[in-house]
Structure formats: structure tokens, C-alpha cells
Design a protein around this ligand. Structure first.
Ligand SMILES: C[S@@+](CC[C@H](N)C(=O)[O-])C[C@H]1O[C@@H](n2cnc3c(N)ncnc32)[C@H](O)[C@@H]1O
Length: 281
């Protein structure tokens, strides 16, 4: 079978299963197997696939047909132009979270020696992207999931920043530190238990539930983090929080009730408030 024939068959299969952008999915999976750029497939249309390539491709397409996320199948994702290993033990980093990282980097420009805490680090995407883009920040990354932390540590090593980040296994409700931080950043689980069953199959069946929902009203982590910030953050310290659609104003209220001032929002590419920033009085 040639590249073109396998692409056509796989696209039809994925389309019948109801996978969105089926051709793109078929191309991305095949380009990973052939270790080439997706667009380079177009130069290889007549190339026959080797038996082992066909076997892997068949298996991957079947998995994708069952709604397994493409990133878990190929085992990696790009975030902030950096490579991250991902498994079903960690949330797949989303492009929106790059806006959160960008905002922290913008604030930290021209500042040195900052101590930064990332709450709910998952794959480690946030502290690793920060460490790669800041000279001398001291980063601490906390997560309740040991399995996620082990992937995060691997990602820190593969990106060459393991010396700059301390990974700590802890529940945010109990996390204590010997010193106070200049910045807290977090992309916490913010889907409510009401919304959770309506999420896409890819998320419901494959991404860790503990990373997605607070099993409450969607604001549990914001209340906890804002409360803990009084102990963990220096006065004048900054907080940067990713929020879900329509959550920004409620999160701003929570921050205000917890002595934060100078609160502002940053929008994502769809003009949705995606990041809430505040300063502790
Ligand atoms: C939405 S994911 C964010 C992962 C990653 N920071 C990102 O942006 O892709 C939330 C993370 O919070 C962690 N988490 C859930 N409950 C927690 C808790 N009580 N204390 C600390 N971390 C928690 C989950 O394990 C998950 O890795």
C-alpha cells in the first residue's frame, strides 16, 4: 500500500467513526511513523509503506477511531515551542495555556531571582516553559499525582532544566513552604461536575479526571489557591490563573475577597477571558 492509499483508507475510517479533521489526524499519525513533516507526505504519495509501518499505522488509526487523543498515541506534544512527553497520566497541554505562560514571562521581564510556584503542574509544561525563558527564576512545581510528577521530571530532563525546578508531591490544600513566593501560577481543574459529562469523548475516556474537574462547581481550586496564597505569596506577590469560559468575573470576586488588588484579565485567540491576574495587598 502506498502513502496516498493508506491516507485515503484511514481518513475514510476515521470519518465514519466521527473523528473531526479526519484527514489531518490520518496525516499527523502517518508523518510520525515515517518521521517526516506532515507536508512532506505530499512528496511521498507513491512511496510504498513497509510491513511494520502498515502494522503500526493500522493500530494507531484503530486507537484514534476509539477517540484516544492523538497526542497520547504518538506520546508527545509541542507546548511553547518545546517538546513534552505525554501519557494518560497527565493532561495534554493546551494552546490556551501558552497565554498564561506568556503573561508570566512578560511580567518577569527585567526582574531577577524570582521564586515561582506552579500549582497542579501535570506534564510540567508551565514551569519548564518558564525555566527555558527566564535566566535565574527558582521554580517549584506541585501536583497531587505522583504519576504526573514522574512525567514532569522526565520532561524537565529532556528539556535540560531539571536543575531549575523542584517537583513536589502534595495536595495544594496542605502544601507548605519554608519561604514565600513572588509569583503563583496555576491552570487548575476548573470544569464543574455538571459540565463534566458533556465533555468530548477524548477527554472523558482518556484524560485524568483529577486534572479536569474539581467535582464541584468549577471554582473549588480558585477558592483554595486564593486562600493559600495568603500564606504562600509575598505581599505584592502576583497570581496568574487560567480560567474556563465565563469564569473570569467569579474568579476575580474570589481574589478580591482574599485581599487581591489590581486584577485584570487576558483574552485568548477567541476573545474569551482566559487568564486572571491579581496582586496580593
Ligand atoms: C488542568 S491540569 C493542569 C496541568 C498542567 N499544568 C497544564 O497546564 O497542562 C490540573 C493539574 O492539577 C493536579 N491536581 C488536581 N488536584 C490537585 C490537588 N488537590 N493538589 C495539587 N494538584 C492537584 C492534577 O493532577 C493536574 O495535573
Amino acid at each position: 500500500m502506498t502513502v496516498l492509499e493508506s491516507l485515503q483508507l484511514s481518513t475514510d475510517f476515521l470519518e465514519k467513526k466521527g473523528i473531526e479533521s479526519s484527514r489531518l489526524n490520518a496525516e499527523l499519525l502517518l508523518s510520525e511513523i515515517l518521521r517526516c513533516k506532515r507536508l512532506d507526505l505530499y512528496l511521498k504519495f507513491d512511496q510504498p509503506l513497509k510491513e511494520n509501518e502498515v502494522n503500526i499505522y493500522r493500530e494507531w488509526i484503530a486507537r484514534r477511531g476509539k477517540f484516544e487523543p492523538l497526542q497520547y498515541i504518538i506520546g508527545n506534544v509541542e507546548f511553547y515551542c518545546l517538546p513534552f512527553k505525554v501519557t494518560p497520566d497527565v493532561l495534554i497541554p493546551r494552546p490556551e495555556t501558552e497565554i498564561l505562560v506568556e503573561e508570566v514571562i512578560k511580567f518577569c521581564k527585567d526582574k531577577t531571582g524570582l521564586k515561582i510556584l506552579d500549582i497542579g503542574t501535570g506534564s510540567g509544561n508551565i514551569p519548564i516553559a518558564l525555566a527555558k525563558n527566564m535566566n535565574d527564576a527558582e521554580l517549584t512545581a506541585v501536583d497531587i499525582s505522583e504519576k504526573a510528577l514522574s512525567i514532569a521530571r522526565e520532561n524537565a530532563v529532556s528539556n535540560g532544566v531539571e536543575e531549575k525546578i523542584q517537583f513536589i508531591s502534595s495536595d495544594v490544600k496542605k502544601f507548605m513552604s519554608n519561604y514565600k513566593f513572588d509569583i503563583i501560577v496555576s491552570n487548575p481543574p476548573y470544569v464543574s461536575n455538571e459540565e463534566y459529562p458533556n465533555l468530548q469523548n477524548e477527554i472523558l475516556n482518556y484524560e485524568p479526571m483529577v486534572a479536569v474537574t474539581d467535582s464541584n462547581d468549577g471554582f473549588d481550586f480558585y477558592r483554595t489557591i486564593a486562600g493559600r496564597a495568603k500564606i504562600l505569596l509575598k505581599s505584592d506577590g502576583k497570581i496568574f490563573l487560567e480560567v474556563g469560559k465565563d469564569q473570569s468575573k467569579y474568579v476575580a470576586d474570589i481574589l478580591e475577597k482574599n485581599d487581591f488588588i489590581n486584577i485584570y484579565f487576558v483574552k485568548d485567540y477567541q476573545q474569551i477571558d482566559r487568564v486572571v491576574v491579581g496582586e496580593l495587598k
